[in-house]
Design a protein around this ligand. Structure first.
Ligand SMILES: Cc1cc2nc3c(=O)[nH]c(=O)nc-3n(C[C@H](O)[C@H](O)[C@H](O)COP(=O)(O)OP(=O)(O)OC[C@H]3O[C@@H](n4cnc5c(N)ncnc54)[C@H](O)[C@@H]3O)c2cc1C
Length: 323
């Protein structure tokens, strides 16, 4: 690991100036993903700016209208255990509570989880100069690709890794980003970018922007759920996952957001599955039809065709459990 400076910021303004002072400096939250990058020389920043001491970055608040505000430095374990999140936003609590392992969830923050980089083993090894590192080839094509994306004909096939992103996009959350240029709010589903835009990046944040809050709108009558299939019960990323948020009225689905995870370079919203259930009763037949509809457009690689069937079954079961 190269030498770097460590600076602790006590306000957003101080954090911004600490990064501006030394170009190439990076934010540190829990440090789980950052440390992996430093150890493998994937990044060599001159300075790490720790965000943990900034007030209001690690609190969860519910306003009188029922809207949720989550500080990005709140740990995954705290989100999963919060009574207000568990009762109203169960899908988000499940998503955060199933990530990684108890030890990691107690350190990893929800902001860092959203902004972690993909786990593709070719990207993670410095010796492979893949598209994400400015190279001109995705080694997963024609290589070891059993964990890679099955949707999209993008040049890069690294699947999106974040559990929190699944729960938040299903709930229509938005993100507050602050830089020296001001503050902007981005819907969570616009945060993630496809490799076609620039394969070296996975999100629309600028390097000098800090995620300062996550806002989840009040969801009266909305039910949500997250489910995944993994090879191991802990210390592992999902092979496939889904997050679903539904509003059912008089037995009929009125509103639905269905997200598919670990199968594309971004959390993938399935409009086809949503169309299949909106205006209908959610029973076994509609659950099955929606799961089939969601598989349209899959393009598995040589070794990950099994993910198509796994995802279909997971989505069908998840919808049935909501029914
Ligand atoms: C064995 C193992 C299993 C795992 N399994 C899962 C899993 O199943 N699901 C899952 O989702 N994750 C999983 N993870 C990933 C882990 O959850 C993430 O690495 C962790 O959540 C990152 O959070 P952090 O606070 O440590 O972020 P850091 O490592 O501190 O930061 C990550 C990135 O986000 C940036 N960043 C952090 N906070 C901010 C902010 N407020 N504003 C701007 N930029 C910011 C940092 O600069 C950095 O680029 C696993 C990790 C391991 C090691």
């Amino acid at each position: 690991m190269n030498r770097f400076e460590f600076a602790r910021a006590t306000s957003v303004a101080e954090a911004l100036s600490l990064v501006a002072e030394k170009p190439g400096s990076v934010w540190k939250a829990g440090g789980i993903d950052l440390l992996d990058h430093l150890k493998e020389h994937l990044i060599e920043p001159p300075r790490l700016v720790d965000l943990k001491s900034i007030p209001r970055m690690n609190t969860i608040d519910v306003d009188p209208g029922g809207n949720l505000r989550i500080g990005p430095l709140v740990t995954m374990a705290q989100v999963a255990a919060h009574p207000g999140v568990r009762s109203t936003y169960a899908g988000l609590a499940h998503a955060c509570g199933e990530a990684a392992s108890p030890q990691i969830r107690n350190v990893a923050t929800i902001g860092g989880n959203l902004l972690q980089r993909p786990r593709c083993w070719y990207y993670r090894l410095a010796s492979y100069r893949c598209l994400k590192k400015g190279g001109d080839i995705c080694f997963a094509v024609g290589g070891e690709n059993r964990y890679h994306a099955i949707f999209g004909d993008e040049a890069c096939h690294a699947p999106h890794p974040s559990n929190a992103a699944m729960g938040l996009t299903a709930l229509g959350a938005s993100l507050v980003l602050q830089s020296s240029r001001g503050t902007r709010t981005l819907p969570a589903d616009q945060l993630f970018t496809i490799p076609g835009k620039d394969p070296r990046r996975e999100n629309a944040t600028d390097p000098d922007e800090i995620l300062t809050a996550i806002q989840v709108p009040a969801a009266p009558g909305m039910r949500s759920i997250y489910a995944s299939v993994k090879e191991k019960a802990a210390f592992d990323w999902p092979l496939v996952s889904t997050a679903v948020a539904l509003r059912v009225d008089g037995g009929i689905v009125r509103e639905a957001r269905i997200m598919l995870g670990a199968v594309a370079t971004v959390p993938l919203r399935s409009a086809a599955a949503e169309r299949t259930i909106i205006g209908r009763r959610l029973d076994n037949a509609t659950s099955e039809a929606a799961a089939n509809a969601a598989m349209a457009g899959t393009q598995p690689l040589s070794d990950n065709g099994y993910k198509v069937e796994l995802l279909r079954i997971l989505l069908r079961r998840t919808l049935r459990s909501l029914a």
